[in-house]
Design a protein. Structure first.
Length: 149
């Protein structure tokens, strides 16, 4: 339990720091935000698979981290940040910002629903993984370039 809480606290602190970083380097900032999302989702997936013990506060913190990352996320993709760094962001983001914003809104809605009805058991974790996973996949399929390696 201590590890889950520590990891959750670290994720939350990094998320806050990432926002301040955004003005300086949007590519690095969005990568940090996505890394935090990956860690939060990883916490939920490990619980869902039985690879980590269920811990309600850790699961709910992970959902909160994901929700917080969606607020203002699309502002991390300003014009001119399409290139110039090691990015997996597809040019389709800037070609279809309205579609990208809709995908972010769907993720925010899914995470908000989890926060509104907190996770209390393993079935709740599994439901959260399913709901969040669909929104992650829906965005990544269109707006992410997966690099080899």
């Amino acid at each position: 339990m201590k590890r889950v809480l520590f990891a959750g606290t670290a994720i939350a602190v990094l998320s806050v720091g990432a926002v301040a970083w955004a003005a300086m380097d949007p590519i690095a900032t969005r990568q940090a935000v996505m890394k935090n999302n990956g860690a939060a989702m990883g916490t939920l997936v490990k619980m869902a698979k039985g690879e980590a013990p269920f811990e309600a506060s850790g699961a709910n913190l992970a959902a909160r981290v994901i929700f917080n990352s969606t607020v203002g996320f699309t502002t991390l993709f300003p014009a001119g940040s399409e290139t110039g760094g090691d990015t997996e962001a597809s040019p389709k983001i800037w070609e279809d910002m309205a579609g990208f914003e809709a995908k972010d809104a769907a993720m925010q809605e899914a995470a908000a629903a989890i926060i509104a009805t907190p996770i209390t058991d393993l079935d709740g974790v599994k439901a959260a993984v399913g709901a969040l996973g669909k929104t992650c996949q829906g965005c990544h399929e269109t707006y992410r370039i997966k690099k080899d390696g």
